[in-house]
Design a protein around this ligand. Structure first.
Ligand code: ZN
Ligand code: ZN
Length: 602
């Protein structure tokens, strides 16, 4: 599981980890449903959802491989009109079949699965009929990632994987032919990305692969066939790049690109399907604006309080944003060294666990240790730190906490990196990624394993929980209410809030790069390089950047609601454990189940 810099689709697809479907069902939520009848009702649902997943993997073999399901790894779907019709038929067929299931008779695990399936089917139809990225996003077409996974994942002996690889290559020319046929006018950032990424794709089909083939145990005939397909694959990718470059040259002249900004209507719809919280995109945006003002007030207060301690001989600047910025820069000097960075992170994990336990925030599972390692080479280049959990078909594998290797950085690079990821910020990042953030949430989700929640896990719930964990830990006294830690936390939290504002203003209100940079650098104290990267990401994806604040805001609202309902009986630990017990479902689904369960649980 990758946590920070993920495109929307990958996020939806990649998060989560659990085993097979549960053999026995959790306790029924409806008092009138006897255990026996609930199991029978669930059984019908479980069977149907298993059948749906089987069909899903046939339609989306690349997705299947990314989840660790290799039975379809030799398949490649050709993205033409006929294929899209098959997907729509799949939607209609399963929508009908699931309509016959009586949701009120299912236990909470199954009924939340069902609501996620329904949303997924609606979303799939909307993507093809309304959003139509297949017509304007040429970066959707790239075969390399799945081939790389087959080649680099040790799920079977290399000879067998090479045979799979060979069969999968058979349809690559047809695949790119269909891509060219499907595309209408592309959007500019997506076109530039597609050229770059498909150029990168060629490296998967390069000399290293030929060497592996030569050294393999494949027969002479197999090798000949493999080589023929390999040549055709390279040609198909090169042709597609040429096709895109030609389009690019034309469009640079006419500037008649499709607008990458999707506008209000599509944005609200995408938000509804992808985020699934108890409010719309516009309402969340307005909430983010208010939160930003509140954070600026809090930060001013803290910066003014800290000023005499750090700048005893210096007058503070008039402008409050400048004061905050100067204080943040000063605090950034408090950081690890190149050599100590990984060890510092390692040391923090047990400290966080001890704090959570001592302060009665959650029960932690001591039997599922988290292994800290430097990020392996093929995963580098995205996040400073991330959690890598085993997929749904990969029982019992370790969960890793990947930390960016910085020992090889030049002194200058390392200094700038370490200031950004200073000692204060690293504590917050470890809370977010590990304990009690993403890692802890996954451990809980795995206790009621659901394949549906693993493959369709809700991004706003997952990210929202990690962002919520940061606030909750500091409120509980982590860091002894140090104003330095709080100020740095607010900067970090402001980034989350700003992501929401930025995404909405770019995609719906149409602001330009200059205004976006101002929003990030001046108002949110971000480094210029980071802000430029974020601008690019916000032109390539839509809505996903809001998931962090969306989930955070919705979880806080739910906590308030439960507090109101329970009064003196409210217990934070019980709230957390109950909330996490439903798995990575959308927060409104959790809310409904949780409120039904309340009188019994607390
Ligand atoms: Zn995260
Ligand atoms: Zn330094």
């Amino acid at each position: 599981m990758k946590a920070t810099a993920l495109p929307a689709l990958a996020l939806l697809l990649a998060l989560g980890a659990c085993d097979e479907r549960p053999a026995s069902s959790p306790a029924p939520t409806k008092p009138e449903a006897t255990a026996a009848s609930s199991e029978v009702k669930n059984a019908g649902f479980e069977q149907l959802s298993a059948q749906m997943v089987d069909d899903l993997w046939k339609l989306f073999p690349s997705w299947a491989v990314s989840e660790g399901y290799y039975a379809v790894a030799d398949q490649l779907q050709v993205p033409d009109d006929n294929y899209r019709k098959q997907v729509l038929d799949f939607v209609k067929q399963y929508r009908g079949l699931f309509r016959k299931i009586d949701a009120s008779q299912l236990d909470s695990g199954a009924s939340s699965d069902l609501s996620m399936i329904r949303n997924y089917l609606d979303r799939l139809q909307w993507q093809i009929e309304k959003f139509k990225a297949y017509q304007w996003n040429p970066a959707e077409y790239n075969v390399s990632a799945t081939f790389a996974l087959i080649l680099n994942t040790d799920y079977a002996p290399l000879d067998e994987r090479l045979r799979t690889f060979s069969r999968r290559m058979e349809k690559v020319p047809a695949y790119y032919e269909a891509a060219e046929q499907s595309l209408r006018t592309p959007a500019s950032p997506q076109l530039v990305l597609a050229i770059k990424q498909n150029e990168g794709a060629l490296s998967v089909f390069g000399q290293e692969l030929e060497d592996k083939l030569a050294a393999s145990g494949l027969s002479k005939d197999e090798k000949t066939k493999f080589t023929q397909r390999l040549i055709a694959t390279r040609e198909a990718i090169e042709d597609y790049i040429t096709f895109l470059q030609t389009r690019h040259a034309e469009l640079e002249k006419t500037q008649k690109y499709k607008n990458f900004r999707i506008g209000e209507k599509l944005y609200e719809e995408k938000f509804k399907y992808d985020i699934q919280i108890g409010m719309g995109a516009r309402e969340l945006y307005e909430r983010a604006l208010k939160e930003k003002a509140r954070l600026h007030d809090k930060m001013t207060e803290l910066a003014d309080k800290l000023w005499p301690k750090y700048f005893p001989d210096q007058q503070p600047p008039e402008d409050r944003l400048e004061r905050i910025s100067a204080m943040l820069e000063k605090l950034s000097l408090h950081h690890a060294t190149k050599e100590s960075f990984k060890a510092d992170v390692e040391k923090q994990i047990p400290e966080l666990a001890a704090f959570v336990t001592e302060h009665n925030l959650l029960s932690l599972d001591a039997e599922k240790p988290l292994v800290v390692r430097t990020t392996p080479p093929y995963m580098r280049g995205f996040a400073v730190a991330s959690i890598n959990a085993p997929g749904p078909y990969d029982k019992g594998a370790n969960t890793y906490f990947n930390v960016m290797p910085i020992a090889d950085f030049s002194d200058e690079e390392a200094e700038s990196f370490l200031r950004e990821y200073n000692s204060y910020l690293m504590q917050i990042l470890c809370i977010h990624e590990a304990i009690p953030g993403h890692y802890t949430q996954l451990v809980y989700a795995n206790r009621s394993p659901s394949l549906i929640k693993s493959i369709l896990g809700n991004g706003a719930m997952i990210e929202g929980w990690a962002v919520y964990a940061e606030r909750m830990m500091l409120e509980a006294g982590y860091g002894d209410f140090s104003p330095e830690l709080w100020l740095m936390y607010y900067k970090w939290n402001l980034r989350t809030v700003t992501n929401t504002i930025l995404d909405y203003e770019i995609q719906v209100k149409g602001i330009d790069e200059q205004r976006a940079m101002e929003l990030m650098v001046k108002d949110a104290f971000q480094q210029k390089a980071e802000a430029m990267g974020k601008w690019r990401r916000a032109t390539l994806s839509q809505v996903q950047l809001t998931s962090y604040f969306a989930g955070f805001a919705d979880i806080l609202a739910l906590r308030e609601e439960v507090k109101q309902k329970l009064g003196d009986k409210f217990d934070l630990k019980a709230f957390h454990e109950k909330f996490l017990s439903y798995g990575s479902a959308p927060i409104p689904v959790i809310r409904k189940l949780m409120l039904e369960d309340l009188p019994k649980s607390q």
